[in-house]
Design a protein. Structure first.
Length: 560
């Protein structure tokens, strides 16, 4: 094994050491295997989510790390739940994450004839039979974990009768659900998956690639191992729920005749993320019930939702790198994902001043009509990003939370008689508070000291508070969407409920400095003290900008 193979490959979201999958692969490469060949095999029955990103990074990352190949393959064997929309979205997501399947785009449906021929072979060898049991009867015959199953009354049909019935199943003679093709293995097996599993079912459904050519469709446990074997996959990496299915996977590969260098199934723990739905079925229910704004709602954990919210592919790959892989199920704190996007954007995003809860501030001794420009750095973390000019005048907006009429202890922002610095500009002192007839504060009046302008060589007195602001006359009015976790609980707990957070979205009208006026869809910024924001890619218009808050500036994640 070369030294290069034990190092981190930049941009894969996967390190070269430290987990059991690498140990398996390195053992195989020391033996007869020359190169590895992996695959990412999504079912096109929904949009991909952050859990799939882990699998994408793992499969494509391993292939890149060891100089192998990775296929993108759609496991499209269930036409009743699949759609071209999902196929297209999945391809977009994989590309956006930074991975390339080159010319290796495959569909399980391309192998339908091959599956059928393997099924005929199994029937002819007495290893498969047509069964007329209903799904309810089949469950009854299957037995339990503590009691063996019992043979189907149709298990001993002759090869000739099974061939005839199966061919008639393909010809469309029988209604949906009336018959299945089952493997003849062992109804007393301690592994329930080996108790004569179903290989084919009848479904008169239109398929997105094969149309109406087929009315029988292979089950996933039959098609998937065949797909891997046909494509020469060396390592079939899947999540832990398939561990008990591995004997069936190996049985199908072996009985189909793929005995030379068969694919090796390796299981790892799927991703669990706090306050996050990680089930495509549940995510689809949220969409279909109108509880979210589609699959790409910025609150959704889908890759398209994260992309629309403003997450970067680099941050998601970093997240996948940090969580690693193991066989033990665990729950990852969502704050780690947020930490990764903060780390990625802190040296990239332009910092601008934006006011989300505006309170007007009037500098009474500042000349009316006068406008001057103050210079601010675009990113304190990255001096190479340069500076910008921001207009300053008599009337400004500050955040409501930056003023307190009766300040509490250690409140260092603006209050009656108190002095603060306005970012990049002057010191101001609060002299008056203007209220309406109900006592609500309308304006704060201040005076400024013209000798205290930042950047003018002023080295005088110090103040503890510095406030960001925008000019009331020269600002951009926009919409800000503030997001919280979509769920209040762990929605993937089988014993729990999906309890939506009623405060998962808050919409505010805000004022932003004019440098933002030409912001492009998808462009990311840091709103000073308010978080990282992204121009929404769907709802933003040139004259009506909409910003999604990606993440706040404060992190609860503890870096180890």
């Amino acid at each position: 094994m070369s030294e290069e193979k034990n190092n981190v490959v930049e941009g894969t979201g996967l390190s070269g050491t430290g987990n059991f999958i690498h140990n398996y692969i390195q053992e195989d490469l020391k033996a007869e295997l020359n190169k590895i060949h992996t695959r990412f095999p999504p079912e096109p029955n929904g949009y991909l989510h952050i859990g799939h990103a882990k699998s994408i990074c793992l499969n494509f990352g391993l292939a890149k790390l060891y100089g192998g190949k990775c296929n993108l393959r759609f496991d499209d064997t269930n036409p009743t739940k699949e759609d071209v929309e999902y196929v297209e979205s999945i391809q977009e997501d994989v590309k956006w994450l930074g991975f390339d399947w080159e010319d290796r785009l495959y569909y399980a449906s391309s192998y339908f004839e091959t599956y059928y021929q393997v099924a005929l072979k199994l029937i002819q060898e007495g290893k498969a039979y047509v069964c007329d049991l209903t799904p309810e009867e089949m469950r009854e015959y299957r037995g339990t974990l503590s009691t063996p199953g019992k043979n189907s009354p149709y298990r001993d049909r002759s090869v000739e009768e099974n061939l005839d019935l199966f061919q008639r199943m393909r010809a469309g003679e029988f209604p949906d659900g009336s018959r299945t093709l089952r493997a003849k293995i062992d109804m007393a097996s301690p592994n329930i998956n080996m108790r004569d599993p179903v290989l084919y079912r009848i479904s008169h459904a239109h398929h997105h690639t094969t149309g109406d050519a087929w009315c029988i469709y292979p089950m996933y446990d039959f098609a998937h191992p065949l797909e891997d074997a046909i494509e020469g996959i060396t390592h079939s990496i899947c999540t832990m729920e398939f561990e008990d299915h591995r004997p069936l996977y190996e049985w199908v590969v072996r009985e189909a005749g793929y005995v030379e260098n068969p694919p090796r199934q390796i299981e790892f723990a799927r991703l669990g993320l706090t306050n996050t739905v990680m089930s495509k079925r549940k995510l689809r229910a949220l969409v279909e019930d109108g509880l979210v704004d589609g699959w790409d709602d910025p609150r959704m954990p889908t890759i398209s939702g994260l992309r629309r919210r403003g997450f970067t592919p680099e941050s998601i790959r970093d997240f996948c790198e940090r969580i690693g892989v193991s066989k033990a199920n665990s729950m990852v704190d969502s704050s780690l994902l947020e930490h990764c996007i903060r780390e990625d954007l802190k040296g990239k995003a332009k910092v601008v001043m934006a006011i989300l809860n505006p309170l007007k501030l009037v500098i009474t001794n500042y000349p009316e009509g006068q406008v001057e420009m103050v210079e601010l750095e675009n990113n304190p973390e990255n001096p190479d990003m340069g500076t910008r000019q921001v207009p300053f005048g008599r009337e400004l907006y500050i955040e409501q939370e930056d003023f307190m009429e009766e300040p509490v202890k250690k409140f260092f922002r603006l209050a009656p008689g108190k002095e603060v610095r306005l970012k990049g500009a002057y010191f101001v002192t609060c002299t008056d508070v203007i209220k309406d007839e109900n006592g609500a504060i309308l304006e704060v009046h201040c005076t400024y000291d013209p000798e205290t302008k930042s950047g003018s060589g002023f080295e005088g007195r110090k103040v503890k508070g510095t406030l960001h602001w925008v000019s009331a006359d020269y600002c951009v009015k926009a919409t800000a969407r503030l997001y919280d976790y979509l769920m209040l609980d762990n929605p993937d707990d089988p014993n729990g409920e999906m309890i939506m957070n009623p405060n998962s979205l808050e919409v505010r009208e805000c004022y932003i400095e004019p440098s933002i006026a030409n912001a492009q869809r998808g462009e990311r910024f840091q709103f000073m003290r308010n978080g990282y924001f992204c121009v929404d890619t769907k709802d933003s218009k040139e004259d009506a900008l909409v910003f999604n808050r990606i993440v706040s500036l404060k992190s609860s994640f503890k870096v180890k």
